[in-house]
Structures are given as C-alpha cells and as structure tokens.
Ligand binder design. Structure first.
Ligand code: C5P
Length: 274
C-alpha cells in the first residue's frame, strides 16, 4: 500500500520557439512544482480498478493513470494489478499539469512498489510517451524544460515563494490554445537570460500562450487585469491556462466565480517523492 502526493505545476516563464514537423511546438520553460496536490492511494488487488473523488473525470483506459499502469506493465513485464484511488484537488483544463502529475506519480509509485526495476531516467523516457509535461514531475521540482517540454534539466531550488492560484470556472483545452497560436505571439528573447533572472532576484515572468488563450476566452484578459488591480506584482497564466498564478503581497479573496488556492513551491529529493 502506498499513499503519495501528486503536485500541480506552474510555468514561471514559457516561450514557444517554433512548430515541429509532427505538429507539436518546441518550447523553453521554467517549470515549478507547487503545494496544490492530488492524493493517490495504491493498493495491490486481483484486477485493476481506478476510482476518483471527482465524478466528472473518466476512470477508464483514457485516464493517464490507467495509461501509466499499462505502460509500466508493458515495459517491465510485471503482471501485478492495482486498485488506485485519486483524491482530486487540482482543477482540470487549468494549465496546472494535474493529469500529467498523476501519470508521473503512478510511474514512480509502481516502480517503488515493485522494488525499483527501472531507473529514474527510464521513468522519464516512459513518461514522455504519456504526455509532454509528464517528465517534469520526475525532476527535482524545479526544471528548465525544452523540446516539446519533455527534455528536462533539474535545477537547484528557487527561493520559496507564496503564490495565489486563481482558476476561473471556464477551462481551456491545450490543443485549442496551441491552435490559436500565431508567429507574432512568440517572444524572441533569450530563454537562458530569463532562466538566469529567476536565480539573481530579477524574475522575468512571461507566457507566450497567454495571448492565444485570451483570443479563445476574452474574459481571461479581464480577470488578469482584475487580479493586477488587487496589487499583485505579477499575474501570469500557467501553461495553456485557464488558471493564473499571482505573485506578491495581496489577497484575491473576493474574486467571484473562481477557485483560489494559496500555495508554495515544492521540491523533491532523488529517491523520494514530493
Ligand atoms: O503532450 P500532450 O498530450 O500533453 O499535449 C497535448 C496537446 O498540446 C498536443 O496534442 C498538442 O496539440 C499540444 N502541444 C503542442 N506542443 C507542445 C505540447 C503540447 O502543440 N510542446
């Protein structure tokens, strides 16, 4: 039996650098794990069973947890079965990586429960087949990610910060946000400089997917301005949205029709989970 946290992430900056021949986009992004977590409970059983606290989430073979279980079995040849329960706290279609985190947590859990037949590098490679954001969650919790997001470089911890996550009731499907992306949305600055800025105290927050997301859902631009008016020093959409993270000394307590979460950064030590 194993009980693990499955954290959300934010993208402290996200640059889209071009479109690949397979339709995916090449990006450069600083990912950070945060303390908003789902909880996953693993128990060996006669056959596979996935249950979830959120009845709107499919628990069939399309769920990334089920896909991770099948992938782990096919890669290792190990045939044991698992009952997995997910306590869902991370909102969906939020740009917070909840599904990807669940998949990474499942790969790590099954590996631990079977006596670690795979290395963490192998788990990263397997995770990339499940989704572009899955490998990040197998990093240290702070990582510079390139390629389509799956090429990860773990970094030393940033100075911890308190953020507010604000999620409007509307979600955004990642595919649709990328479909709205135009060349003019892509920033041209050096991502290495952006990365350095987070370690020398002059953090440069930006997200090239904000404008396409605002085109898709114009109320997001209004929400961002409203959050800035609360007095936050930075308000940025995470990933492909629709949630924002807010940096600075303010409180979005009365923002209407939104879920709000006060969070901090999370790190992971090698051989331990979050
Ligand atoms: O990899 P994942 O399944 O999470 O990606 C979901 C969708 O997001 C892809 O089908 C693609 O349309 C888009 N995407 C992209 N470029 C990336 C990551 C995702 O175009 N680097």
């Amino acid at each position: 039996m194993l009980f693990l946290r499955s954290p959300a992430k934010v993208n402290l900056f996200l640059q889209i650098r071009g479109r690949c021949s397979d339709g995916y986009h090449e990006l450069a992004s600083l990912f950070q794990a945060i303390s908003l977590c789902d909880h996953l409970h693993f128990k060996e059983s006669e056959c596979d069973l996935l249950t979830c606290s959120d009845p709107t989430l499919p628990v069939d073979h399309t769920n990334l947890i089920s896909k991770a279980v099948h992938l782990f079995r096919s890669k290792t040849g190990i045939k044991r079965h698992w009952t997995i329960h997910v306590q869902k706290n991370i909102p969906q279609q939020a740009g917070l990586g909840g599904g990807s985190s669940n998949a990474a947590t499942t790969l790590w859990a099954l590996n631990a429960l079977h006596g670690k037949p795979a290395t963490e590098d192998e788990l990263v490679a397997w995770g990339a087949a499940l989704g572009s954001d899955v490998p990040f969650f197998l990093s240290s919790g702070t990582a510079y990610c390139t390629g389509r997001g799956e090429v990860i470089r773990s970094l030393s911890p940033l100075q911890n910060a308190t953020l507010w996550i604000v999620k409007p009731k509307e979600g955004l499907p990642t595919v649709q946000v990328y479909a709205k992306l135009k060349e003019c949305h892509m920033s041209t600055g050096d991502p290495q400089k952006a990365l350095t800025s987070f370690f020398n105290g002059s953090s440069t927050y930006f997200n090239d997917l904000e404008k396409p997301a605002f085109d898709l859902l114009p109320s997001l631009a209004t929400l961002k301005q409203k959050l800035l008016n609360f007095g936050f020093s930075n308000v940025l959409m995470s990933g492909s949205g629709s949630s924002f993270f807010c940096v600075g000394e303010a409180d979005p307590a009365d923002v209407s029709d939104c879920l709000t979460f006060k969070v901090h950064y999370l790190q992971r030590q090698s051989n331990f989970w979050y």
